[in-house]
Design a protein around this ligand. Structure first.
Ligand SMILES: [Zn+2]
Length: 244
């Protein structure tokens, strides 16, 4: 397996929640996951529920304040992928995460493809105005429970992709292009249960590329992978990218 990764010149990487748990951001489906512990929380990630219910929006903004992506730091797993880019071997860094930790670690923004959007921006669902989350946080901290757009009064929502919302086509196209340009596909910290992210594994496999999976729990793609590792990401990934 070490040979598989060492011999790859162009690696497309897909990351999921598992790479950020060591930074203190809970995942969704793991044993300590947000949805495992509180299935009702799933409503916060459904666009219809969000638009229909002030209660859901208030809970969602509370959750945003409680899960402080803006106050956490990247861990050695994120840093390892910066090293992979420095080696000139990163075809693209596709992520299901919305925490922005890859960019914070130093990965080039043009190589990071955020399939599910980002919590670092907020969109108005009515006039589509986009503002930095940093503009909205002070309003939340000063007691606004469901801040409205300051231009049109519309509903504000983090620039993340909820259930019922489509992915940004351009981002998905870049993720596909990165996968096609790679000679190996590395999936890190993702349960590979959400499409189209998981479908990128099919794209790689169908063109005969090795698939390496590094994840705490088994995934539906384990049986198709060249190598499967269930070891901790924050120690394993740095080892993998610095193989002699
Ligand atoms: Zn607006």
């Amino acid at each position: 397996m070490t040979d598989t990764l060492r011999d790859a010149d162009r690696i497309a990487v897909l990351t999921g929640a598992g790479i950020s748990t060591a930074s203190g951001i809970p995942d969704f489906r793991g044993p300590e996951g947000v949805w495992t512990k509180n299935p009702a929380a799933e409503a916060m990630f459904d666009i219809e529920e969000y638009v229909a219910s002030r209660e859901v929006r208030v809970a969602t903004w509370k959750h945003r304040l409680a899960v402080p992506a803006w106050r956490v730091e990247p861990n050695p797993g994120h840093v390892a992928l910066v090293e992979l880019e420095r080696q000139g071997r990163l075809a693209g860094l596709i992520t299901q995460n919305v925490d922005g930790l890859h960019q914070k670690a130093g990965s080039s923004p043009e190589l990071v493809h955020e399939l599910h959007g980002t919590v670092w921006y907020v969109d108005c669902l009515q006039c589509e105005r986009r503002v930095p989350m940093a503009d909205v946080l002070p309003r939340l901290e000063s007691g606004e429970e469901d801040p409205a757009c300051e231009v049109c009064g519309g509903i504000l929502k983090s620039a993340t992709v909820s259930f019922g919302q489509s992915l940004d086509r351009a981002v998905l196209d870049r993720a596909v292009a990165a996968t096609e340009a790679a000679d190996l596909f590395l999936a890190v910290g993702t349960s590979l249960q959400v499409y189209p992210a998981a479908g990128l594994c099919d794209l790689a496999l169908n063109s005969g590329k090795p698939l390496v999976i590094l994840n705490a729990q088994p995934t539906p793609y384990d049986e198709h992978a060249t190598t499967v590792l269930h070891t901790p990401i924050e120690t394993t990934l740095p080892e993998l990218v610095t193989l002699p």
